[in-house]
Design a protein around this ligand. Structure first.
Ligand code: HPA
Length: 278
């Protein structure tokens, strides 16, 4: 069993390094998933840090993830944007997968926007659609809170009733409507990957109530909720997985292409949603 008694110190050390270099205390952390990293090219970045130079921060090895921590002011809200995350399927322990979330909290973020590419399990969803996650089903068979509880972060048995901030979701829906941006809400099933699912698995996930399936989000949300952050999570549908006759063979290049084609839409939604943090 992995016991991470010094995880708190590892997080503090990473945070201390960043705090010395950051231009302001960020209010919100934004994690950009597969295909969404280029959104940072369209905003004014004040300071950029390579995550590889931050002690204890693991940098993404997947080509689709950049490994940069950028500071910007978006609609008057100071934010820290992490382009690129590490995944459980890469072989990291869960405490390593969620370390960036805890670091974001330690440098001041009280709010988290987390984004990802996901398979669509709702018959209405098409590739490129944006879906706000309203709840999740953890099928990763792993949990970032396993092991001794770090009381300085949160309780041993965190309640998950309000993990996804309902007010923030409502706010975001209203903002999206104002600018005529079509968005959905849905339930995200988190699986460990790295393989995509079989048709039978997609069918099963649909039947148990999932609208989306992906390999991230869940550990981050559990850790962020444990530590008391307000959370807004969103997926871009990268491949259609339901009903079975709509499933197509999918490569990571397909996923990136579809998400990139919706990246500016997702960016606009983040810019709208972030105003909730004021
Ligand atoms: N399954 C799991 N994760 C994913 C998928 C999928 O179909 N698409 C993008 N991420």
């Amino acid at each position: 069993m992995a016991i991470h008694t010094d995880e708190f110190e590892l997080v503090q050390e990473a945070a201390a390094y960043i705090k010395h270099r950051m231009p302001f205390i960020p209010k919100a952390g934004i994690i950009l998933g597969t295909g969404l990293g280029n959104w940072t090219n369209s905003i004014d970045i004040i300071t950029e840090i390579n995550t590889a130079e931050v002690p204890n921060m693991i940098s993404p090895k997947v080509a689709s993830h950049k490994g940069k921590l950028s500071f910007a002011i978006i609609n008057n809200v100071p934010v820290a944007i992490l382009a690129g995350r590490v995944h459980y399927y890469e072989g990291y322990e869960m405490n390593e997968v969620v370390r960036p979330v805890r670091v974001l909290h330690s440098i001041g973020c009280t709010h988290l926007v987390t984004t990802n590419a996901a398979g669509g399990l709702h018959p209405d969803f098409d590739g490129g659609d944006i879906v706000i996650i309203r709840d999740h089903i953890n099928l990763m068979h792993a949990n970032p809170l396993r092991g001794p509880n770090e009381e300085r972060w949160g309780p041993r048995f965190p309640d998950m009733m309000h993990a996804y901030d309902r007010e923030w979701i409502s706010y975001t829906k209203v903002q999206a409507e104002k600018i005529n941006l079509k968005i959905y809400t849905g339930v995200y099933a988190g699986l460990s990957g790295p393989n995509l699912e079989t048709p039978a698995e997609y069918e099963y996930l649909h039947r148990i109530g999932a609208d989306l399936v992906g390999m991230s989000a869940v550990p981050e949300v559990i850790a962020a909720h444990h530590i008391g952050m307000k959370i807004l999570a969103m997926s871009v549908v990268s491949n259609v997985c339901y009903p079975p006759e709509r499933i197509r063979e999918t490569t990571v290049e397909d996923v990136i292409r579809v998400v990139e084609s919706s990246a500016s839409k997702a960016g606009i939604l983040i810019e709208q949603a972030i105003q909730y943090c004021k």
